[in-house]
Design a protein around this ligand. Structure first.
Ligand code: PLP
Length: 399
């Protein structure tokens, strides 16, 4: 008998798949230009030229075994040292290459951290709305996911609910700012309040509470305010970083974990991370893209396009009567659906060829995610449909 659990997981058709299939069918029928697909968080801007340039140079100047060979499980030490030096320069940290673990992107970074710290039944707190894959990663690690409901007025953190949720079973808190799906960036005040609360709770409970910060959108930021670097804010923190979005290379699978040198039981924890990666079947992150990451670290794709898209779409939606917290990062809008059932709202949108995702899977009912990492023309063409959808709700009409 095959694994029931894996069969069930593999058979569960995600809403993204349903919408993706719908989009393909509609495009074949009415032309791709008439389908407004805002369902996927796939970067729409090209990778910066430096990415291709360094691949070309590598191919010309380095030996095949150097480019394509295995590296250490944790990654090439030169790559890890270069990244640590860059982080130190930017954030005034004191990391060495030994504190960096190269991974196949943020998904793997999170999985490695979760499995490294979880014992059966340990609780992992996530703040809604949250990235859908947290659930499967926490479950797989043997942990239990505890959800703090969304503070929908601004998508910062409901601290009363968070404090009430922390108990002796709490192992870690997972945060994500800039956030998928809300696009919201945690303010300095939120980070200060959060880290003060965690320190106080650690003291009270006499146990470490780890902070796992999921940061694939770190550079996709539309405010001049600098994002606090969590390793400087809270000793028990790990930053899960990915180049998928900053360099527009999600298919290449490259990222890293930065472990705070001040983590409780640091040596054991890092050793457990190595064990966790082995257990999960990660050998080493792609060696060629480890080198690309080292050279291109700090470079960012042209995020001005995302900012233009955000401004155009946000302002248009507000003028049509949608309610939405203005996002300051990532490439998502998370407006309120115009009826309680966000899936029904998305289904009505699909009748106008607007493809959006209901917030339910992100732990926040009644909202929809619009991924605006698309060609600006898609936004222009979609606006009459967004307007019509709002008008139909205002008039209380069926489509
Ligand atoms: N975390 C968040 C919040 C994301 O939005 C994504 C991808 O969309 C990931 C993690 C996974 O990123 P990666 O491609 O690096 O695995």
């Amino acid at each position: 008998m095959i694994s029931k659990k894996m069969l069930e997981t593999g058979s569960r058709k995600s809403i993204i798949r349903v919408i993706f299939d719908f989009g393909k069918e509609r495009a074949a029928l009415i032309g791709a230009e008439n389908v407004y697909d805002f369902s996927l968080g796939n970067p729409s801007v090209p990778a910066p030229e430096i990415v291709h340039q360094c691949i070309r140079t590598m191919m010309e100047e380095e030996s095949s075994t150097d480019i394509h060979g295995y590296t250490h499980l944790q990654g090439d030490i030169n790559v890890r040292s270069k990244i640590a030096d860059d982080i130190n320069r930017e954030h005034k940290t004191a990391l060495t290459g030994a504190n960096i673990y190269m991974t196949t992107g943020a998904t793997a970074s999170l999985r490695i951290c979760f499995s490294a710290i979880a014992n059966p039944g340990d609780e992992f707190i996530v703040i809604a709305p949250f990235f859908t894959e947290y659930r499967i990663g926490i479950e797989q690690a043997g942990g239990k996911m505890v959800i703090i409901p969304a503070r929908t007025k601004d998508f910062q953190i409901d601290f009363e609910a968070l404090e009430a949720a922390i108990n002796p079973a709490t192992k870690a808190l997972v945060i994500n700012s800039p956030n998928n799906p809300s696009g919201v960036v945690y303010t300095r005040e939120t980070i200060d309040q959060l880290t003060a609360l965690l320190r106080r709770k650690q003291e009270e409970l006499q146990q470490p509470i780890y902070l796992v910060s999921d940061e694939p959108y770190r550079e996709i930021l539309f405010t001049d305010e600098k994002l606090p670097y969590l390793l400087n804010e809270y000793d028990n923190s790990m930053v899960c970083y990915s180049y998928s979005k900053s360099l527009s290379i999600p298919g290449e699978r490259i990222g890293y974990i930065a472990f705070s040198p001040k983590l409780t039981d640091y040596t054991d924890l890092f050793t457990a991370a190595c064990g966790s990666a082995r257990y999960l079947g990660y050998v080493n992150a792609p060696s060629m893209f480890q080198k690309v990451a080292a050279i291109c670290n700090g470079s960012v794709a042209n995020i001005d396009i995302y900012r233009q898209n955000r401004d155009r779409l946000y302002e248009a939606l507000i003028s049509y009567g949608y309610e939405c917290v203005k996002p300051e990062g990532a490439f998502y809008l998370f407006p309120k659906a115009m009826e309680e059932d966000a899936s029904a709202f998305c289904a009505k949108g699909r009748e106008l060829n607007l493809l959006m995702l209901p917030g339910d899977d992100f732990g926040c009912k009644g909202h929809v995610r619009i991924a605006y990492c698309v060609d600006p023309m898609v936004i222009e063409r979609s606006l009459p449909a967004f307007k019509k959808l709002a008008e139909l709700y205002k008039k209380g009409q069926d489509l």
